[in-house]
Design a protein around this ligand. Structure first.
Ligand code: NAD
Length: 300
């Protein structure tokens, strides 16, 4: 066990998944002074981090053999399972005392499976999904929702404090992911409200920019109205947060609700709208493109 031998500031950190969220998060850790070992299947993503001083690894196994903490920010459960247990996965290099922190949004069952397997190897696992989007990742102002044992959480806290401003220990393994599902349900339904409001305003010939500004000064104020609403008005559907990933998050939330026999009709509605946009080929667009679903359905 090396965990008590060194200050966290001196740890070598592994970082896997350098996409829209992972790239700025990794850059913030580099800027804060950590030495990062990085891995991604996308060579361009690796080059960006390499130019900023990170060391590129050939596999998760090679990375794991040299790190005290490992962070992953990957699309979905299959990718996290692949880097953890696949050919050349973390399991083939990780050392007792290491902490594996998955910051992707994935199924609760998957993170618990990983936590149980790594625990047998003396490795702690934290589920630490985030909210705040690309803007929050770049600014280091994410909300980080953490599940897993408290002592591992406390050791990882200095890293979380670089990545976010609201850091919450929610409870045992999986509780971070349940909290993230709560966030996605609330955000999805708020976004649905913004889209319906804009559909009415546009149809009645009232200027959308003025509607957004007026609503931001009243009780309808929300981050969805402020940020996603601005993207809708400028019709800038470059991601941001891809519809395919939001749809995946709502699948995770639906399965968590179904496991508890809960009836959440708003969640069902938005999940079905996003699902149909993804099936129609719009999965790579930002989720603000939910607006298009209403435009198509209302012939506007
Ligand atoms: P992204 O698609 O932009 O990035 C994913 C990265 O993972 C890519 O660089 C890809 O090359 C890499 N990757 C995929 N499979 C891999 C593998 N097997 N091994 C190594 N690297 C692999 O996705 P994103 O928007 O950065 O989202 C990442 C996670 O964060 C998702 O779970 C998402 O739900 C969550 N999230 C995203 C946002 C957002 O606004 N984008 C906000 C909160 C949470």
């Amino acid at each position: 066990m090396f965990s008590n031998l060194k200050n966290v500031k001196n740890y070598t950190i592994g970082f896997i998944g350098l996409g829209i969220m992972g790239r700025p998060m990794a850059l913030n850790l580099v800027k804060a002074g950590w030495h990062l070992l990085v891995f991604d299947i996308n060579k361009d993503a690796l080059n960006t981090l390499h130019r900023q001083g990170a060391t590129v690894m050939n596999s998760p196994a090679e990375l794991a053999a040299q790190c005290e903490m490992i962070i992953s920010v990957l699309p979905d459960s299959p990718q996290v399972l692949e880097i953890a247990f696949g050919l050349n996965g973390l399991v083939h290099g990780i050392r007792p005392g290491c902490i594996f922190i998955d910051m992707s949004t994935i199924d609760v069952d998957t993170i618990i499976r990983i936590q149980e397997k790594f625990e047998k190897m003396g490795v702690d696992t934290l589920d630490a999904p985030v909210s705040g989007g690309e803007v929050g990742a770049e600014a280091g102002t994410l909300s980080v929702m953490v599940g897993g044992n408290r002592s591992a959480f406390e050791r990882a806290l200095p890293l979380f404090q670089v990545l976010g401003t609201k850091i919450s220990h929610m409870g045992g393994s999986g509780s971070g992911q349940i909290t993230k599902s709560c966030s996605q349900i609330a955000t999805a339904l708020t976004t649905q409200g913004v889209v319906e409001a804009f559909t009415l305003a546009k149809s009645a010939g009232v200027d959308l920019t003025k509607v957004r500004e007026a609503l931001l000064g009243g009780f309808a104020q929300s981050r969805a109205l402020e940020l996603t609403g601005a993207k809708m008005i400028s019709r800038d559907f470059t991601p941001g947060f891809k519809l395919s990933l939001y749809s995946k998050d709502l699948r995770i939330a639906r399965s968590a609700a179904a496991a508890r026999k809960l009836n959440l009709p708003g969640l069902e509605l938005v999940a079905s709208e996003m699902g149909s946009l993804v099936r129609a080929g719009s999965g790579g667009l930002d989720f603000s493109a939910l607006l298009q679903f209403f435009e198509n359905n209302n012939n506007k």
